[in-house]
Design a binder for this molecule. Structure first.
Ligand SMILES: *Cc1c(COP(=O)(O)O)cnc(C)c1O
Length: 225
């Protein structure tokens, strides 16, 4: 786990880069939410990051989210974002612990989340497979409108936007076409939010309209196995 001083320096650096990208794009800093991705890191690291001022945390695995939600239940104002693929049988953990779900792509999961959710509606992003990669999660761009029709009447879910994980690349610029395509699709569908951009490409994502960036490695270093 990284020392508090290193985390504080990383956070300052990421914050500056987020702010600079917002300025380049003529956007307000408050239009972009930084989500600190803590998957596979211990709960103590989340606590350290919370003490450093971070409030929004992203987790990929439902059981890990359940356990960290429990372990950090005394951190007032902490918000959990479930960002990984989800099986219907694990939807109950996300329905209970998460503030936002970023990877909606299956009707059965949407139905299960809706059935299990109590309290405020669960904010949801539909994950889109922008580049049509066979190995990737997400709905094909041409099928998103039909999927939205199927899920928009479900109670306890609030569909707010689209999410993507562009093809892996060494160059941040390589992600720009995917981010542009996602932004255009969201406009067509009148969805206000875009969850896109990770350590490798979050500045490009902000330039292309990201409202939520999901950053792990730049804040916390390499993940433990
Ligand atoms: C792991 C992960 C991230 C963070 O990736 P980094 O490269 O560490 O910033 C963001 N989004 C999703 C869906 C992830 O699985």
């Amino acid at each position: 786990m990284i020392p508090a001083e290193v985390l504080a320096a990383n956070l300052r650096d990421v914050e500056q880069r987020v702010a600079a990208a917002c300025a380049r794009a003529g956007r307000a800093r408050t239009d972009v939410q930084l989500i600190a991705v803590t998957k596979r890191h211990p709960p103590e690291l989340v606590r350290l990051a919370f003490e450093a001022g971070l409030r929004h945390f992203g987790e990929n695995y439902a059981q890990e989210l359940r356990d960290k939600h429990e372990a950090l239940s005394n951190c007032a104002g902490l918000r959990w974002h479930a960002i990984g693929p989800l099986q219907p049988k694990n939807a109950k953990y996300v329905a209970k612990a998460a503030h936002v779900f970023h990877a909606l792509e299956r009707l059965e999961v949407a139905q299960e989340l809706s059935r299990r959710r109590t309290g405020a509606p669960l904010t949801c992003f539909v994950e889109v497979n922008v580049a049509g990669e066979s190995s990737k999660a997400g709905i094909a761009p041409g099928e998103v409108a039909a999927f939205l029709e199927q899920v928009k009447h479900l109670p306890n879910l609030e569909l707010t936007g689209l999410m993507c994980m562009p093809p892996l690349a060494d160059e941040p610029e390589a992600s720009r076409p995917a981010f542009k395509a996602l932004a255009q699709l969201a406009r067509q569908l009148a969805l206000p939010c875009l969850s896109m951009g990770t350590t490798g490409d979050f500045e490009i994502a902000i330039e292309e309209g990201a409202t939520h960036v999901r950053v792990g490695t730049a804040l916390f270093g390499e993940r433990p196995d």
